[in-house]
Write a protein that binds this ligand. Structure first.
Ligand code: SF4
Length: 504
């Protein structure tokens, strides 16, 4: 679809909105006119390619008698309406244009997105902000009345915010979390869009040792910076990829290195994503003793596992879980994904029941996201029924609520089916603090490893920072070979951490 934005610059919001309704559609932002410089100054000329074609969304913001007026039309779709709307102030324009386009898309597709006009990835962050500003009841109403979020999703965001609030209040300006990335997996799952290296070939395997060498160095350099700035480590998260792709010895060494560099801080919350059951062994679990771990079956049905290219069975996931329990692990998370190819609403409900029956402390239910870089994207049906995904999530919520699991963190991915959410649930007393800090951007995340992103969060100054605390991202190189070969440049970027803290 061609998107024309005339007289305004809200293209980002509108692009996202169109993708919610038309997930498989490529959105091309076009301009109708171009500015041509002439002897008498600039002249607007029609642009080549700026022709409105059979599939276009034209949005126009103009002023009539000093009042902003918006107009939107979707051509080539089943609509005859061309609504126009007069605003009382220009400040309303972005939301008003989004509402106009939303209504047109709802009419043309027949789909009503449960999250209404909210296209961002952090609904609970917005809910938290609104609760602080206007109180919980008004915040809920703002979600439903102004942003057109369904009552069920507004209540979900409110429940997550309520769970997070007491922990967020305990956050101090000098705390941070450490993220360590292991970008290797045994094979690549068909839905995966992460920068993760399959170690199926000897060449790929050879990368692991030099990668770990550099990673250890980065961890220590990061600890030195944190120490100089007086920052205190609140939690550690080792993710990926699949960290348990490493051998037991490599895992043990990595953990020792983190403890050696960060000292007592590393004794606080410490999570390792064991992830795929086909990488978990008794020896590796032994190396991870005392940590929080995640064992992720994604589905409890072997036919679905096969469809996504996973080389393990559901039984193996259960065996790994029991092995971890026998070895004394007391904090285990299990991930499931709604919307996997060949799965059904009944099949997914059964997976949730089986996982709940195991009683892990946390269960995280994701919605499948079809990102460009995944293998599945090329073959999957992006229009897979939103009703079906809704039914899967609804049954998961009912089963897990009845089993005592409460929602405590949430986020959305840009290309998730039906624009639905990912929800982390917990049994009482087992919240993973890192997940909250990461998703709500409550404090700094210092990140090490290929593809890792350091997120520096400043202090809030309510008067001069109305949109929240200052935030700066520092990106590491994505791929392991790049990370190894350009390590020096990457260390240079670490100076930004010190600069941020000394100048904020
Ligand atoms: S285990 Fe996770 S990171 Fe690895 S390929 Fe599968 S989805 Fe991607």
């Amino acid at each position: 679809m061609k998107l024309f934005c005339v007289g305004h610059s809200f293209r980002y919001e509108l692009e996202n909105l169109i993708r919610v309704f038309l997930p498989g559609e490529k959105v091309v932002v076009c301009r109708l006119f171009r500015l041509v410089r002439g002897a008498r100054g600039g002249v607007l000329r029609p642009r080549r390619g700026g022709r409105i074609t059979a599939s276009s969304c034209l949005t126009v913001l103009t002023a009539a008698a000093q009042r902003p007026v918006i107009r939107a039309v979707i051509s080539g779709r089943n609509t005859a309406a061309t609504p126009t709307y007069t605003l009382s102030s220009a400040a309303e324009a972005e939301l008003a244009i989004a509402k106009l386009v939303y209504v047109l898309l709802r009419e043309t597709t027949g789909y009503t997105p449960p999250w209404g006009l909210l296209t961002g990835v952090r609904p609970s962050k917005l809910m938290l902000k609104l609760r602080r500003e206007m109180g919980s009841i008004a915040a809920y109403r703002d979600f439903t009345n102004r942003l057109w979020v369904t009552p069920a999703k507004a209540a979900l965001a409110a429940a997550v915010a309520a769970a997070e609030e007491p922990l967020i209040e305990m956050t101090r300006a000098n705390t941070f979390s450490l993220y360590v990335g292991i970008p290797f997996c045994p094979t690549r799952c068909s839905y995966c869009s992460f920068v993760s290296h399959s170690i199926g070939t000897p060449e790929a395997k050879k990368l692991i040792a030099p990668y770990l060498e550099k990673l250890e160095e980065e961890i220590c350099r990061t600890a030195e910076i944190a120490d100089r700035l007086g920052l205190q480590l609140a939690s550690v998260y080792i993710g990926g990829g699949t960290p348990t792709t490493l051998s037991a010895e490599q895992l043990e060494r990595l953990l020792k290195q983190i403890t050696a560099c960060f000292g007592a801080g590393a004794e606080n919350e410490f999570t390792v994503e064991a992830g795929r059951p086909d990488t978990i062994t008794r020896e590796k679990l032994d190396a991870l003793r005392g940590k929080r771990i995640s064992i992720n079956p994604q589905t409890m049905h072997d036919s679905v596992l096969e469809a996504i290219g996973r080389k393990h069975t559901a039984v193996l996931a259960v065996e790994c879980y029991h092995m971890a329990r026998e070895m004394g692990f007391t904090q285990i998370n299990m991930d499931l994904i709604a919307g996997l190819p060949t799965d059904t609403a009944e099949g997914f409900a059964d997976s949730v029941r089986q996982v709940a029956a195991l009683r892990p402390e946390n269960v995280t239910v994701h919605t499948l996201a079809l990102k460009r870089s995944s293998v599945l994207k090329a073959t999957a049906d992006p229009f897979r029924g939103a009703q079906e995904i809704a039914a899967m999530l609804q049954s998961a919520e009912e089963t897990l609520s009845a089993a005592g699991y409460r929602p405590y963190y949430m986020y959305r991915q840009s290309a998730s089916l039906g624009n639905f959410e990912n929800i982390g649930r917990t049994l009482p007393g087992h919240i993973c603090r890192y997940n909250i800090d990461m998703m709500e951007e409550t404090h700094t995340i210092l990140a090490c490893g290929a593809g890792a992103v350091t997120k520096l969060v400043g202090q809030t100054h309510a008067e001069d920072e109305p949109s929240g605390p200052p935030l700066l991202r520092v990106f590491n190189y994505k791929y392991p070979y790049e990370y190894i070969s350009r390590f020096g440049e990457l260390m240079e970027r670490k100076k930004q951490i010190t600069d941020f803290y000394l100048t904020r």
